[in-house]
Design a protein around this ligand. Structure first.
Ligand SMILES: C[S@@+](CC[C@H](N)C(=O)[O-])C[C@H]1O[C@@H](n2cnc3c(N)ncnc32)[C@H](O)[C@@H]1O
Length: 425
């Protein structure tokens, strides 16, 4: 017999609410009590939990609360402890800005003297909340009524209603006059298949509209995909690539008055390229250096952070560490000495060899390497395929770089500068 499918009037099959009225039910005392009861619930026990709660509460509300609890758990990676008190939509969890990045941007706007921001495409309020916490008044605009309901609930939950006004409207008709700055975070994914949109003109609203809106405000920040081609960057904007914990999260186009507060670190540098590494907040502004010369692999290899690579600032890092490239087309820097930099991870290099699987296997065996971190840049070899062939075993560890040196496939062996050396040199 086919199982009878339960129908929830206020929630879709996975329990996630899809309309503002159903969302509002979560904000009633009964909805709140359910959400409180689900704070630490184990998703593995969901069926038993749902059955128990449905004895005392409407099935649709239980289903919606369980859906919201799931979203909160997913959102914890972005919002930390706040996620337990916040409200999400499925799109909202995915598309919202993580707290670390939103706080960094809000702090820069505050340092620029911005006191009010039109947050266009505010979603569930990831950025609006950080802006308000930085003391900035926010007009948060989104055309999705459910996202607006979540943004309002989030402002309330985090005690920021005095600073955040949520308006459900199309941003293209929103008057931003009177705001010190405009922030635009366009939707970058198709709703139908959930895939990412790469063409900036396919953003909603299109990037050209957002740039036009940015140019009407004293200051503006536009969030864009970090893979944006450099030749698509407007000349009057500074572009900042931001990584968090080593992962590149986004790029931001900054617009501001030319020459204003130009000595200050937060000042917008039109045409500038910047890499900012969170959580520490180190920020490297490019000096328009020519590509570094390639040269022989030295005792140290530097792997630049992804934000540095995306911002095309490898030359700046090479200059910092007195280094050179191992190959004109590869973003690995090498030097003869260790010069600590926040912008690259340094490795002590023990071996530089032409790529050869059998030779590598023999070397790692001889050195009793049981754990190998395999990194690749400019190599077609699949690390996991290679790992199977290496049949590793032993008490030592090693980092293997599959790359090119002076145009030829090469393998470099070493270990991180801050690691204890466990393999022989
Ligand atoms: C990437 S999300 C914003 C995320 C937000 N910054 C946050 O951190 O929570 C993009 C949002 O743009 C909204 N959007 C897209 N086109 C819009 C338009 N023309 N007018 C208003 N909102 C729009 C979508 O509804 C979606 O919520």
């Amino acid at each position: 017999m086919r199982p009878v499918r339960r129908c929830a009037s206020v929630a879709r099959n996975d329990g996630t609410v899809t309309d503002p009225d159903s969302f509002a039910a979560l904000l009633t005392p009964e909805g709140q009590a359910l959400l409180d009861a689900l704070h630490d619930h184990d998703p593995a026990d969901e069926l038993a939990t749902a059955t128990r709660l449905r004895r005392d509460h409407p099935a649709s509300l239980v289903s919606a609360a369980l859906g919201q609890a799931r979203l909160r758990q997913r959102a914890a990676a972005k919002f930390g402890a706040d996620a337990r008190r916040m409200y999400f939509t499925p799109n909202g969890v995915e598309q919202s800005t993580r707290t670390a990045v939103a706080e960094h941007r809000a702090a820069r706007l505050a340092a620029l003297g911005v006191r009010s921001v039109a947050d266009l495409c505010a979603g569930i309020g990831g950025d609006a909340l950080a802006l308000a916490r930085a003391g900035i008044r926010v007009l948060a605009v989104d055309r999705d009524p459910l996202a607006c309901a979540a943004a309002r609930a989030n402002a309330e939950a985090l005690g920021l209603t005095d600073l955040i006004e949520v308006r459900c409207a199309d941003v293209t008709g929103t008057d931003t006059a009177g705001c010190d700055a405009v922030f635009v975070d366009p939707a970058r994914r198709t709703k139908a298949r959930g895939g990412r949109i790469f063409d900036p003109e396919a953003y909603s609203p299109p990037l050209s509209w957002a740039i036009g809106a940015a140019r009407t405000a004293p200051y503006a920040a536009l969030k864009i995909a970090p893979g944006v081609p450099h030749d698509a960057l407007p000349e009057d904007a500074e572009t900042e690539w931001i990584s968090d914990g080593g992962d590149v999260k986004e790029a931001v186009l900054w617009f501001g008055p030319t020459g204003a507060a130009s000595g200050a670190p937060e000042a917008v540098r039109p045409g500038g390229r910047r890499a900012t590494l969170l959580p520490a907040g180190d920020s490297l502004l490019g000096a328009d250096l020519p590509d570094p010369e390639p040269g022989p692999v030295g005792d140290w290899l530097y792997e630049p952070d992804g934000a540095v690579i995306r911002a095309h600032l490898v030359a700046d890092v090479a200059r910092q560490v007195g280094g050179r490239l191992i190959d004109p087309t590869i973003a690995y820097v090498t030097a003869d000495a260790l010069t600590p930099t926040p912008y690259a991870t340094a490795y002590a290099i023990t071996d530089v060899l032409p790529f050869h699987v059998k030779k590598l296997r023999a070397l790692l065996r001889e050195r009793e390497v049981g754990v190998a971190v395999i990194k690749k840049r400019g190599s077609a070899v699949e690390p996991e395929e290679l790992r199977k062939k290496l049949k590793l075993g032993g008490r030592n560890s090693c980092t293997v770089f599959l790359t090119r040196v002076a145009g030829a496939p090469a393998m470099l062996l070493g270990h991180p500068a801050n690691a204890q050396v466990t393999s022989g040199r």
